[in-house]
Design a protein around this ligand. Structure first.
Ligand SMILES: C[S@@+](CC[C@H](N)C(=O)[O-])C[C@H]1O[C@@H](n2cnc3c(N)ncnc32)[C@H](O)[C@@H]1O
Length: 245
């Protein structure tokens, strides 16, 4: 009887640990390699699992970005942890978009899927994809009109350093769109509350910080980099890419 009880207890603990470490927190407490390996594994099924609503995404992501960047029609945008290219594709599908999006991600297989979609929709002139870690962005300061990072900040090894990098490469007056998890219970030190996100952004001299209820799991966070500077524009793409070794 005692043995059965011990086995049941062990199975329950193992099940909980599997759920928490692999499913709920996607390997983040097991290190960067595990996170990337899990995304490599799930890449072929990622879009099917997520079931993004394209109309909602256009209305709540790409149109607000375009309107915040107005009158600039050809912005240079960086999408950090781009996954299968959700944000770059949304931007490129916008009829008025004449800019360029660099999407970077650490998972080769997520990028492979993104590349297939970009090629299938003939958007190669609008989107550049690169395998790169979010922790150290290979671009000069003030390189982008907008920087985005959707559903990813909490999975990065050092979210604070990654956010600082995003702000560094954003030009003064440029737009940042990031997301924070609504339910912070299972990732207490990683998933940031609105208060924590606001403090982090203010410490990075970001202003006009706004929180926008978005999906069941995530809140959008919009902010502007203090100061002003001329638009970068897609014409600077080659110059910005030249710094990538
Ligand atoms: C939940 S997905 C979000 C993808 C995309 N932004 C979206 O909204 O569909 C998280 C992404 O973060 C990427 N990622 C995780 N750790 C990373 C790191 N250290 N550097 C760059 N990307 C990373 C994963 O490979 C994955 O594609």
């Amino acid at each position: 009887m005692m043995i059965i009880l011990a086995l049941v207890t062990l199975t329950l603990i193992a099940g909980f640990l599997y759920w928490w470490l692999i499913i709920e927190t996607e390997g983040v407490y097991l290190g960067r390699r595990v996170v990337v390996a899990l995304y490599d594994l799930v890449a072929p099924r990622y879009d099917r699992i997520k079931q993004f609503d394209e109309q909602a995404d256009l209305m709540l992501i790409s149109q607000p970005i375009m309107s915040r960047l107005q009158p600039l029609a050809d912005p240079l945008i960086l999408d950090v942890a781009t996954g299968t290219g959700r944000l770059p594709l949304l931007m490129a599908r916008n009829a008025s978009f004449q800019g360029h999006v660099i999407g970077l991600d650490a998972s080769g297989r997520m990028l492979k899927r993104a590349r297939q979609k970009v090629a299938a929709e003939h958007f190669v002139d609008f989107i550049t994809l690169m395998r790169q870690d979010a922790g150290e962005l290979p671009f000069p300061n003030d390189s982008f009109d907008a920087v985005t990072c959707l559903e990813a900040l909490e999975f990065l090894p050092d979210p604070q350093a990654a956010l600082a990098e995003m702000v560094r490469v954003l030009r003064p007056g440029g737009t940042l769109l990031a997301t924070i998890r609504i339910d912070t219970r299972w990732m207490p030190d990683r998933a940031w509350s609105e208060g924590k996100m606001r403090r982090e952004l203010e410490a990075l001299a970001m202003c006009a910080i706004q929180f926008q209820i978005w999906q069941d799991d995530y809140t959008q966070v919009w902010a502007r980099k203090a100061g002003d500077s001329p638009a970068v524009g897609a014409g600077k793409l080659a110059e910005v890419l030249a710094s990538v070794s």
